[in-house]
Design a protein around this ligand. Structure first.
Ligand code: GRF
Length: 190
């Protein structure tokens, strides 16, 4: 029996990606979502954690950026992969260093374009449409010390039609995220 692989999900928002990942591993004997960390009290992802009986932690900003508290928490939980799913803070260097090539993120655009600080949610889709792009997509990448710049693992594309709005594009992007992120997490852990 191989050891159970433990996932920690970091999220700030609704948690639709977290839900899809939880669903994907629900019946797995080998992989489990062990803990959910969130920096926004009241975020939807916390309701998901409660409903799924997954322990959740509200991240305290000072401790997150100035202590080893969260590194130690993740190590104590034997976390094998940290999955950012709509986590809006930059991951501090001590965490990146403690989990080399074990932190991944999903960005709702085709990096390196339309990435970096402040580029999240509909800000991204608005910028992509305003730039006249004919396609957009998702980028799943390893996290390093710079926003949205780690080694790319997967990119998937969708078309942008003339009548697309940031909201309709967001729907296309979410569909890609929900379809591909769980499978990439599984691939990295097996
Ligand atoms: C997704 O669009 C993801 O690409 C980005 O943040 C959003 C998270 O959405 N990183 P949700 O909270 O998983 O619904």
């Amino acid at each position: 029996m191989t050891a159970l692989k433990n996932i920690a999900i970091f999220a700030s928002g609704a948690g639709s990606n977290a839900q899809k990942i939880i669903d994907h591993f629900r019946r797995s004997e080998a992989i489990t979502v062990k803990i959910i960390l969130c920096n926004k009290p009241g975020a939807g992802v916390l309701d998901i954690a409660a409903r799924e009986n997954i322990p959740s932690v509200i991240i305290e900003k000072e401790a997150f950026f100035r202590s080893e508290e969260y590194v130690q928490l993740l190590q104590r939980n034997n976390i094998d992969l940290i999955v950012l799913a709509g986590f809006l803070w930059k991951v501090p260097s001590n965490l990146v260093a403690a989990f080399p090539d074990k932190i991944i993120n999903i960005h709702p655009a085709l990096l390196p374009k339309f990435g970096g600080k402040g580029m999240y949610g509909n800000f991204v889709h608005t910028a992509v449409i305003a730039a006249g792009e004919t396609e957009s997509g998702i980028t799943i990448h390893f996290v390093n010390d710079h926003y949205d710049e780690g080694r790319i693992i997967l990119q998937e594309r969708c078309t942008i039609d003339a009548n697309d709005t940031p909201d309709t594009l967001a729907q296309k992007i979410h569909a890609l995220e929900h379809r591909f992120y769980p499978a990439i997490v599984e691939r990295l852990l097996t």
